[in-house]
Write a protein that binds this ligand. Structure first.
Ligand SMILES: [Zn+2]
Ligand SMILES: [Zn+2]
Length: 45
């Protein structure tokens, strides 16, 4: 099973993108990362 690079949990599926520096994150960490990213983008606008 893959391991999330952020919370180190064993998970069934991991996600990566340029925002995670192509490290594999579980869905919770991945969603949380993009959630805060969207929040800060809204602040900037
Ligand atoms: Zn995680
Ligand atoms: Zn992303």
């Amino acid at each position: 099973m893959p391991i999330c690079a952020k919370c180190n949990n064993d998970v069934k599926k991991v996600y990566d993108c340029d925002h995670t520096d192509y490290e594999e994150y579980c869905v919770e960490c991945y969603t949380e990362l993009h959630y805060y990213m969207t929040e800060s983008e809204n602040d900037a606008n």
